[in-house]
Design a binder for this molecule. Structure first.
Ligand SMILES: [Zn+2]
Length: 142
């Protein structure tokens, strides 16, 4: 017989199951869900293989459900209206543009707005300049 302990999520007393002596959450569905979400968040941070697999799975899912978001927006008009309004507000705000040489990126490239300048190799003459948004999908290793 194990002793009752406090659930790390809801704070209620529960009795850990005999099979899981280290159980930290009660068996309520909402607590188990929160625990799993927390575990995944941690795993994504700490395990590059897990992170990459998960991203691949998401890409596959999106490819096999190409109409999901369009259908979702049609079925959730209020959500779509609110989202468009928020995007309009974001678009009207001045953008902060970080300027940085590729050599100054350091060990970690962060997602964000970048000024991308293409140059020729020999005389560093600028061919063109763009403001681009880079999204870091995964940092594999350094
Ligand atoms: Zn709980």
């Amino acid at each position: 017989m194990s002793e009752a302990r406090t659930c790390a999520v809801c704070g209620q007393l529960f009795e850990p199951r005999a099979q899981s002596p280290n159980q930290k959450c009660c068996s309520r569905r909402s607590c188990q869900r929160a625990r799993k979400a927390q575990w995944q968040k941690q795993k994504i941070k700490s395990d590059p293989d897990y992170r990459e697999n998960k991203q691949r799975a998401q890409i596959r899912w999106r490819e096999s459900h190409p109409d999901y978001w369009r259908t979702y927006r049609e079925d959730h008009q209020a959500y779509a209206v609110k989202n468009r309004e928020l995007q309009r507000i974001r678009n009207s705000q001045p953008k902060e543009v970080a300027k940085m040489d590729a050599s100054a990126v350091g060990d970690h490239l962060r997602s964000g707005l970048y000024v991308l300048a293409q140059t020729t190799c020999d005389d560093i003459a600028k061919i063109g300049t763009w403001i681009v948004h880079l999204t870091v999908i995964a940092e594999l290793s350094n």
